[in-house]
Structure formats: C-alpha cells, structure tokens
Ligand binder design. Structure first.
Ligand SMILES: Cc1ncc(COP(=O)(O)O)c(C=O)c1O
Length: 309
C-alpha cells in the first residue's frame, strides 16, 4: 500500500490525487449529462454489496448505451484497489462512500450523440458524513410531496441511475421551501408515490411494510436489503402502488438509501404520521442493519455529530 496524505481517485486508467483529477469541459457528462452513476458505502471499512452495485451500474450503462471499455470484474478490482489505497486516511470509526461515474467520453458538437471516444471512468471515495441525517433517526424528518412530478419511465427509466440530477435537485429544493427538515416524496404523473430524490419510500400499516415497485423509481439496493431484513425478522411486506392517502394514514413512514440505511419520517405534508414519533418497525429494521453489518449507523451519526459540535 502506498503512503499518501490525499485521497486518490481513479480516472480512466490512472490513480490520481483528488485535487488533480480533471475532466474536459467537453465531456459528455458536462455537455449532455450522459453519465451513469452508482453509490455504495463501507461498513467498518468493508465494501457492502459492491458486486450488486456494480451489476446495477452495468445495467444502467447498457440502457444508456455507454460502453465502459472494461468488464464488471475489472471495475470491481479497480474499485477495491482504490478503496485499499484510501482507507488508511479514514479513522477506524468512520466509513466512506464509493462513487462511480461513467460518462460517454468526449462529446463533439454535431448531429449524432453516439459515443465517439472511450468512456470517462471516475471512481472516488468520500468520507460518509451522517450529521445531516442524524436528528431524523431520533425525531424523524418531514416527508413532503414536491409539485414537480417524477420523469415518466417512458422518457427516462428511473432504474437507470444517472447523473442528470436537475429534476431531483429542483424537487428537493421545492420541499425545503416548505420546511428545512423536509425530504421529498416524489409522485409520478399518475399521482402514485415514486421515490425520494436519493432514496426509496416505505410505509408500515398494521404491522405490514409496504413499498412501491421499481416501475417508477430506482431499484434501490438498500430497499432490497430492507426487504431481506423484513424477511429475516418475520415482518410481512408487500411491493405495491401507494398514494398520498396511504402515507397520511400509515403508522410509520420511512426512507431507505445507501448512506443512512433508514430515515424515519414523522410528518407527512404537515400531518403527524401515526404517533408522531419514530415507530417500532423502523427501529427494528435499523437493528437488523446493525446485525447485518456490525455497524450501528445511529451511533455512528451521533458520534460524528458530537465531534463536529
Ligand atoms: C433517485 C434515487 N432513488 C433511490 C435511491 C436509493 O438507492 P440505494 O438504496 O441503492 O442507495 C437513490 C440512491 O442514490 C437515488 O438516487
């Protein structure tokens, strides 16, 4: 392992210090937003479900017609190599993101947006800072529906995890205008719950966990793991369409996503959800995460918050 003080990133064949990693302003990621992505994380410095994340990345690449020029095994090997080089810079109590961005490469102006150069492959690690979510583990966030609607899958299938994040960013800004503690519950154009700008949506009602299918939202790997935890814990679950009514009348609402695993919501569009407190099913699933990974994410968020205050 090399000794270095700055994190490295992998950029199209080379390991380079983060501050020196540059891409062209003519890259398809910049000019067209023609770039797919995936984000995973470590628990106790161990990559979690990295092969599943890379498999999803390759599905996104295929549908986005981007040829990365290397296969999934090679992508995995490089990702692990980078992680090993960078982990020496992390405190043992901290974890990191693992982020892949792969664009279609240089994008010359002209009539044909077909991939015309080697892909630009960018892999990075960033400290996983949970302080922004910390209080929601304890008191819940406010789930709010933005007025922007999910881009229909007929235009851009939400299962392609991509870097064209303008729509998600605007939707999240809209809900933050309502409440700084808001998290978006984005509806599709038929009014059904789709997803959050960076997570999937769940409810619990009469002991049953419910979440939308992946027909109008990303097939989240945390969503999948949450269902696996439900199965292991004997919590019944169904994948089904949900309307805002179902969230108003749920006992519990929560989000799932790679960095925070599970984030409870105790209000929906201004009304209390259930008791108005973080519910028992959310707590049980968070415990399941701890059993699975050996990391208590709530404690990890609490200690990061204490250290930063
Ligand atoms: C739009 C969107 N939905 C859902 C998710 C959750 O996916 P995962 O659980 O794989 O992190 C993400 C993750 O970034 C996302 O960007």
């Amino acid at each position: 392992m090399t000794d270095h003080k700055e994190r490295l990133v992998y950029l199209s064949g080379d390991f380079v210090p983060e501050s020196q990693a540059k891409i062209s302003i003519f890259d398809a990621a910049v000019n067209l937003g023609h770039c797919v992505t995936d984000s995973s994380r470590t628990f106790h410095h161990e990559a979690f479900k990295l092969k599943a994340h890379i498999a999803r990345l390759y599905q996104s690449l295929k549908v986005a017609r981007i040829d990365p020029g290397i296969d999934a095994d090679e992508m995995y090997r490089i990702t692990m190599d980078l992680l090993e080089r960078n982990l020496q810079l992390y405190a043992t109590t901290d974890d990191c993101w693992i982020v892949h961005n792969v664009s279609a490469g240089m994008s010359p102006l002209g009539p044909n947006p077909k991939q015309s150069s080697a892909a630009t492959i960018m892999i990075s690690n960033q400290p996983l800072n949970l302080t922004g979510w910390q209080k929601y583990y304890h008191v819940g966030c406010h789930a709010v529906t933005p007025f922007s609607r999910q881009i229909p899958s007929q235009s851009l299938d939400a299962r392609i995890k991509n870097r064209s994040r303008m729509f998600y960013t605007l939707a999240e800004q809209e809900v933050k205008l309502v409440d700084p503690d808001a998290q978006s519950v984005i509806l599709d154009t038929d009014g059904f719950v789709a997803e959050n700008k960076g997570g999937n949506v769940f409810i619990a009602k009469d002991g049953v966990v419910k979440t939308p299918t992946s027909i109008n939202g990303l097939a989240g790997i945390t969503r999948q793991t949450t269902l696996e935890i439900c199965r292991a814990q004997g919590i019944p679950f169904i994948e089904t369409r949900l309307l805002p009514y179902d969230l108003y009348t749920a006992d519990e609402v929560f989000f799932t996503s790679t960095p925070y695993c599970l984030m409870p919501a105790t209000k929906f569009n201004g009304l209390s959800v259930g008791s108005g407190m973080v519910g028992p099913i959310a707590k049980k699933i968070l415990l399941g995460w701890q059993e699975l990974t050996g990391v208590n994410v709530v404690e990890q968020a609490d200690s990061q918050t204490q250290m930063s205050s």
